[in-house]
Design a protein around this ligand. Structure first.
Ligand code: TMP
Ligand code: ASP
Length: 230
């Protein structure tokens, strides 16, 4: 069985899911699209190392094994069609929606849910919408919210050790065969905002046409290699 998304192909084989990371980079729900050589392998390895680091801190997730250059072997999950965003600082769609100053810190991490639906531009929903839309029970939504906060705090520490400031990020969760909700998919400069003294190390470089995003992704990968053993 094979599913293809904008940046990954997921193959289910021998009881595992194999995430093949592609060289495609997109923004604006696929409106802007390019292929950048080496992008898939960098995002796969960054994801693998971060998932490993989370596991080392007792946070379970889908990751099983990294196979260079661009494949992650993972526990198969029934994915929720959701993007769970955690924000420490104001940026991106938060500012577009509510205003405010970029980089301003929230008193507490903010968790938001978005339904994955490119045609509707991934509408934001409340936890209470999820059972009504048949996407997740309220209990499952609360469990995702709890895990998202915990993972975000751990990632903020991990990146701090590398000298980066983690502003916000997006997670995707799924349910394993045993009923456990686990973090899945990807954690890479495609799915978070990473800053260091005003310098941008994430997909905003591409979204905002600020130069060569791959140079920034490469630096993040090198830092992950230095700080996290696979
Ligand atoms: P946003 O400010 O555009 O809502 O993005 C919040 C975070 O989620 C940011 O770190 C980028 C990430 N993100 C994705 O990974 N995929 C997406 O489709 C979007 C819109 C954001
Ligand atoms: N991931 C979304 C897209 O590919 C949007 C984004 O990350 O900005 O269009």
């Amino acid at each position: 069985m094979v599913y293809e998304g904008k940046t990954k192909i997921v193959e289910i084989k021998d009881g595992y899911a194999y995430l093949h990371f592609k060289d495609d980079i997109t923004a604006g729900d696929g409106e802007k699209h390019d292929v950048m050589s080496g992008k898939g392998s960098m995002c796969a390895e960054i994801t693998a190392r971060l998932m490993r680091a989370l596991k080392d801190r007792g946070i379970d997730n889908q990751f099983v094994e990294f196979t260079a250059p661009n494949v992650i072997k993972a526990i198969p999950l029934k994915m929720y069609p959701l993007e769970v965003v955690v924000r420490f600082k104001k940026a991106g769609s938060f500012i577009r929606r509510y205003g405010g100053v970029e980089g301003e810190e929230f008193a507490e991490p903010l968790v938001e849910f978005f339904v994955k639906d490119d045609e509707r531009h991934d509408p934001m929903v409340c936890k209470k919408h999820l059972p009504i839309l048949g996407i997740a029970s309220l209990d499952d939504a609360e469990e995702m919210e709890r895990q998202a906060k915990e993972i975000a705090l751990a990632l903020r520490d991990i990146f701090k050790e590398m000298g980066y400031d983690l502003w916000d990020m997006k997670f995707e969760f799924g349910k394993a065969e045993d009923g456990k909700i686990l973090l899945g998919d990807e954690i890479s400069p495609d799915t978070l905002r990473l800053r260091r003294s005003g310098e941008i190390f994430d997909k905003d470089v591409y979204r905002r046409n600020l130069g060569d995003p791959m140079a920034k992704y490469k630096e993040v990968l090198e830092q992950c290699r230095k700080h996290i053993t696979l």
